[in-house]
Design a protein around this ligand. Structure first.
Ligand code: IFM
Length: 495
């Protein structure tokens, strides 16, 4: 189902400045009828760890992330910050999805579900790269992978959950990205992932077209990429104990090239899905609604009395929040990050039907005398506080999103829960979101990250965000107090 239009009217495209004018004289006390409540997961993070299926079926061993978290040499390196947790500890959703979906519907009362497709599950073999049409590509599809996704999307529909499907949640097939070789030497590695658009663009287009044709009868709401900035920052600019993505290198020029490659990748995926998902799954007249999932940050100055820190907030907002959206929504390319686009490209602009916002944190930033990276003008700030849970910031990031005039969904928001998180995290975030909707911002759904504890990338099972706690041995799921709070909220609509 394409997300139902809400009681709150769409504000339409807005100027870039100024607060959103209130549409309702009386603030809402409950989320409007039709607001979508959901949870989110991602294939790589939840699939592995099946209780009975053989590991080689349950784990997707053909992805760059499989290599990244399991290769003993990479785990042994100090600059990869890998936990070394075996994937067998993951929740085994690949086998247990039917019961997970039933929990999401029956126990949590949600009506939507965000998940992702693992490209390398469908196309584990590099021979797929020779295909030039979807029909040719079909000859290379894994029968197991295809059967799994058909059954999975059928089960999501049978559970009465509206799917929101991310086509690329970080992982790439190993045949397109050898993160280990590129970590060792980007200049000599053969399979360079996001660095090599001559190879990635056509492959990405065909893969997206295939998914659109194959699963478009079940899926109308698509996201192209998940958190492009995380790919750039943790993969190419600043891999750190907080997060490393393959290839985990530090090269600003490569990183910012990859940033624009991701903008191009989004456009290529958008065009492919638009052209190939011709089936309206829910009969609302729209066969595909395609967005991107962007992690936006709230911002604060180190010293509100210091002009340089106020400028730092403006510049961090530009670099972290707006630059990618300016590229994907408006086709504006500002490679030197001076605030003025060098070109506006019609082949990139207008390819966004909705905007997915992931919100986790507020950054406190300090102004610098000059750019942190030479040649990138507005990157002249430094975050002094990287991670601060700040509920009111959800209002702030939705206000940023509203500047692009698109319907929005909160595609992720979550915490590592304590027994108090329902009250001190979830309700205040949702109260801030409700204020944004009361003020006329067009937000149509909220997806908690995550339905269940899962494999948190380089941290393995060491960071857990689940509404359900997962026993890594028995795979038993236990509802946490925050899950019970979420169920109350979805039932009443009141934060
Ligand atoms: O687990 C991740 C997810 O894959 C992307 N957004 C942030 C989550 C928590 O770190």
């Amino acid at each position: 189902m394409v997300i139902t239009f809400l009681l709150v009217a769409c504000t339409g495209p807005r100027e870039d400045t100024g607060p959103v004018p209130p549409l309702t004289a009386v603030p809402l006390t409950a989320f409007p009828e039709g607001f979508q409540w959901g949870t989110a997961v991602a294939g790589f993070q939840v699939d592995a760890g099946c209780p009975t299926l053989p590991a080689e079926r349950c784990e997707d061993r053909a992805s760059d992330w499989y290599q990244w978290v399991t290769d003993p040499e990479l785990i042994g390196e100090t600059d990869t910050y890998l936990s070394g947790d075996p994937l067998a500890l993951a929740p085994g959703h690949y086998e247990l999805y039917a019961e997970d979906l039933a929990r999401a519907r029956d126990e949590l009362g949600t009506d939507a579900f965000r998940t992702s497709i693992e490209w390398s599950r469908l196309f584990p073999d590099g021979a797929a790269e020779s295909a030039t049409t979807v029909d040719e590509l079909r000859a290379h599809v894994s029968a197991d992978g295809l059967a799994f996704y058909r059954a999975y999307f059928d089960a999501i529909a049978a559970a009465g959950l509206t799917p929101v499907v991310t086509l690329n949640h970080y992982t790439l097939p190993l045949w397109l990205h050898d993160g280990k070789a590129c970590h060792a030497d980007l200049d000599t590695c053969a399979d360079r992932g996001w660095v090599d658009m001559a190879r990635l663009r056509p492959a990405l287009s065909l893969y997206s077209a295939f998914c659109a044709e194959e699963f478009g009868g079940r899926v109308d709401t698509w996201a192209t990429l998940n958190e492009p900035l995380a790919v750039v920052l943790a993969g190419y600019l600043l891999p750190s104990p907080d997060r490393t993505n393959p290839p985990g290198i530090k090269d600003a020029d490569v990183a910012f090239d990859v940033f624009w490659n991701l903008v191009e990748g989004h456009a290529a995926m958008y065009d492919a899905v638009k052209a190939h998902d011709l089936v309206d799954a829910d009969g609302d007249g729209v066969a595909s609604s395609i967005g991107v999932v962007h992690n936006l940050v709230a911002l604060a100055p180190v010293d509100a009395g210091e002009e340089a820190d106020l400028v730092a907030v403006e510049h961090a907002d530009y670099v972290y929040n707006r630059l990618f959206l300016n590229g994907t929504v408006r086709g504006e390319i500002d490679r030197d990050m001076d605030g003025v686009a060098e070109e506006t490209r019609a082949d990139l602009a207008g390819r966004m039907d909705w905007l997915g916002i992931n919100y986790y944190t507020r950054l406190t930033v300090q102004g610098l005398a000059g750019p942190l990276y030479a040649g990138y003008a507005r990157f002249d700030f430094f975050p002094t506080v990287f991670w601060e849970e700040y509920p009111d910031g959800l209002y702030d990031v939705v206000a940023v999103g509203a500047d692009y005039g698109l319907p929005m969904m909160i595609t992720e928001n979550g915490t590592q829960p304590t027994d108090e998180s329902g009250e001190v995290f979830l309700r205040p975030h949702l109260a801030a979101l409700l204020r944004a909707i009361s003020d006329g911002m067009d937000v149509r759904g909220y997806f908690y990250w995550s339905l269940l504890d899962n494999y948190e990338w380089n941290h393995g099972m060491g960071m857990r965000f689940g509404l359900y706690e997962v026993d890594t041995v028995t795979k038993a799921r236990t509802l946490r107090p925050i899950g019970a709070t979420y169920a109350t909220i979805t039932a009443t609509g009141e934060p």
